[in-house]
Ligand binder design. Structure first.
Ligand code: F6P
Length: 358
């Protein structure tokens, strides 16, 4: 009898249920009656506290298109995993104990960057772990694509499309703040797909004068409106020169709720133009997965089941050259997949006149 534990950890995204379904349906197909699957609640929190339930094949039917995660999720920061807090718990030891108590053969983890650091730690501690890369940020190292990303691109693009019509009517400048944490994949893709005039991403720090010059040039050319797709993690050239600590202090003192509002203020002061800010926020993570993510989640899920069947543990399934391949967790953990400054997408955007503020 095989016993598998499965959990989803970190911020949710579209396609989690589709991926859970992919893993578990493929496992039931392979092992028939010889498998028991345990759903661990709220990510690593459930493994630490021993909070889980035995699943049945019926649990994985009808969830392909469902948003969120049927297992629940939570953020359990990696840097606190070894820290004994008020609860006096050694979280790593608790997870090891519960893995043993549940008599698991393998733990399946669906998560992003933080999740993979802990997955690697558990693997180093001797647990059998197989993981799947999820996140709307598409910043997991080693895979060309994470599931959730394309669904979020669709939503952010739709926001830009809708903003276009009202911006045109009023002749206004609009800033749309797009998620992505410390990387710019989501604003880059949505910005291109949504026809933004300016795209600002963390990997290309912006010069405010270059941004306002673009807006003024559009005005002179008789364009009635401008749209900026701004990454939540965008930063100025000056900020890029600061140390991590100095940057934190500067941002903590910033009298605006987010970078977009600061930009709006700077642009209004420099150009006298009327600016509006739209922040779709967690809306970008909500709802069901797009068709691309349903397929990718299913492919990742069945590939993870194959690794379990082959007892090829300690790996994340990844998309490379349109094939799904295993990558050791030790290679993935602690690395971020950022947007290369001169990648094809950035160059292509620049070739049609989109400004990055550099
Ligand atoms: O990592 C996914 C993400 O949605 C990021 O784009 C965003 O910065 C972050 O999570 C928001 O985190 P939380 O859900 O904890 O507010």
């Amino acid at each position: 009898m095989k016993r598998i534990g499965i959990l989803t950890s970190g911020g949710d995204c579209q396609g989690l249920n589709a991926a859970i379904r992919g893993v578990c349906k493929a496992l039931y197909e392979e092992f028939k009656q010889d498998i028991e699957i345990y759903g661990i609640h709220d990510g690593y929190r459930g493994l630490i506290d021993g909070d889980y339930r035995k699943m049945s094949p019926r649990d994985f039917s009808g969830i392909l298109t469902l948003g969120g995660t049927i297992l629940g999720t939570s953020r359990q920061p990696f840097k606190l995993m070894r820290v004994i807090g008020d609860d006096k718990k050694d979280k790593v030891q608790c997870m090891k104990n519960n893995y043993k108590k549940m008599k698991l053969d393998c733990l399946v983890v669906l998560g992003g960057n933080g999740t993979h650091k802990t997955a690697n730690l558990l693997n180093e501690e001797g647990l059998h772990v197989v993981s799947l890369p999820k996140t709307i940020d598409n910043d997991v190292w080693g895979t060309e694509m994470t599931f959730g990303f394309h669904s979020a691109v669709e939503i952010a693009t739709n926001v830009l499309d809708c903003i276009h019509t009202t911006a045109t009517s009023h002749g206004r400048v609009f800033i749309v703040e797009i998620m992505g944490h410390k990387v710019g994949w989501l604003p880059l893709y949505a910005g291109i797909a949504g026809g933004a005039d300016v795209i600002l991403i963390p990997e290309i720090p912006y010069d405010i004068d270059s941004v306002t010059a673009t807006l003024e040039a559009r005005n002179k050319a008789g364009k009635r409106f401008s749209i900026l797709a701004v990454a939540e993690g965008a930063l100025s050239v000056q900020e890029a020169g600061l140390s991590k600590k100095e940057f934190k202090v500067k941002r903590a003192a910033m009298p605006f709720p987010s970078i977009s509002y600061r930009l709006a203020n700077e642009i209004a002061e420099k150009t006298g133009q009327e600016i509006r800010v739209t922040v779709p926020g967690h809306f970008q993570r909500g709802g069901g997965p797009c068709a691309y993510d349903r397929v990718l989640s299913t492919r990742f899920g069945t590939a993870a089941a194959k690794l379990i069947k082959e007892q090829n543990y300690g790996n994340m399934v990844a998309l490379q050259n349109d094939s799904i391949v295993p990558i050791p967790l030790s290679e993935v953990a602690g690395k971020l997949k950022t947007v290369p400054k001169n990648c094809e997408e950035v160059m292509s955007a620049k070739e049609i006149g989109i400004t990055f503020g550099d």
